[in-house]
Design a protein around this ligand. Structure first.
Ligand SMILES: Cc1ncc(C[n+]2csc(CCOP(=O)(O)OP(=O)(O)O)c2C)c(N)n1
Ligand code: SF4
Ligand SMILES: [Mg+2]
Length: 286
């Protein structure tokens, strides 16, 4: 009998026999969307260096993907990714991590590298909570949500629009989808991979175990149904008032700009500086 092999099995590290994700976790959809995008572009794992921090979402590229992956410290994947891009400018660098990793402890790396417009893809899996460590409140946890650290409900103002934050910081590509939009997500990942600049994709993703259970949102399917019900395209959102948009999730590609990319600018500057230094030596001025 022929053995059935998943079409993306070739992308998975041979030593990996299972994932760390809970049943129903959105991280599987995100992983598959990334692999679909890479396959759809006719690219290979060797074209990439993946980087992740610490958290459930950070397990997506490492150890799952059979590629060069840096599984770094909590909050620092973008800093590592910047270094990799400077040293290996021909590689595609993709960061995959959680909202806590990228927007809480790693928030400053996120905004500064978006401002610099360093060419990299950053996939932020936003489940609104610190999933891996037991469901503590994150800066993305909506007010009132009961978590391990907020048993009477989250009391901090929260980042309602992290895509908006990254747009304001200066990224050249920004999109938001949910795990109920795998095809649109895959299409945006393809664009992000091809983008010359900082490309950020926020994926609102279900954590049925820590977030869904505490919020009383039901199981993964019910959470996905909720995403479908509450999400609205940018075009449709423009017709609604802020009150009407309350509790809705605006999805789509928000920004796709061409602007100077820092690694390219630095490389150009180094060439110019070394040309001037050589000229100084040749003309006896150096
Ligand atoms: C410096 C440091 N602080 C805190 C932690 C503990 N820690 C590990 S993962 C994590 C949060 C993960 O949340 P998120 O990035 O949203 O990922 P998720 O598990 O939700 O996918 C925390 C607080 C750590 N490992 N290192
Ligand atoms: S705790 Fe939540 S985010 Fe982490 S693997 Fe389980 S369902 Fe996914
Ligand atoms: Mg999280």
């Amino acid at each position: 009998m022929n053995e059935l092999v998943h079409p993306y099995h070739r992308f998975i590290r041979p030593t990996v026999t299972h994932t760390t994700f809970c049943p129903g976790c959105g991280d599987g959809t995100v992983a598959q969307s990334i692999l679909r995008a890479i396959d759809g572009l006719g690219m290979d794992m060797d074209d990439f260096v993946f980087v992740s921090g610490i958290g459930c979402a950070a397990w997506i590229p490492s150890p799952l993907f059979n590629a060069d992956v840096l599984h770094t410290t909590h909050g620092r994947p973008i800093a590592f990714a910047f270094g990799i891009k400077m040293g290996l400018p021909d590689k595609k660098v993709m960061v995959v991590s959680g909202d806590g990793d990228l927007v809480a402890i790693g928030g400053n790396h996120l905004i500064q590298n978006a401002r610099r417009n360093i060419e990299m893809v950053v996939l932020c899996v936003n489940n609104g909570i610190y999933g891996m460590t037991g469901g503590q409140a994150a800066p993305t946890t909506p007010m009132g949500v009961k978590t391990t650290t907020t048993p009477y409900g989250a009391f901090e103002n929260f980042f309602e629009d992290i895509s908006g934050l990254v747009i304001a910081a200066g990224a050249s590509f920004v999109a938001r989808w949910t795990t109920a939009h795998p095809r649109q997500l895959t299409a945006s990942i393809k664009k992000a991979i091809q983008k010359k600049g900082f490309a950020f994709i926020e994926v609102i993703s279900q954590c049925p175990v820590q977030f869904g259970r505490k919020m009383g949102m039901g199981n993964a399917i019910q959470m996905l149904e909720d995403y479908k019900k509450r999400s609205i395209s940018i075009k449709e959102a423009k017709k609604l008032s802020p009150e009407e948009l309350k509790d809705r999730m605006v999805v789509g590609e928000f920004v796709d700009l061409d602007k100077p990319e820092m690694v390219e600018e630095v490389t150009r500057m180094i060439r110019r500086a070394s040309g001037e230094a050589q000229e100084a030596v040749d003309t006896g001025r150096g």
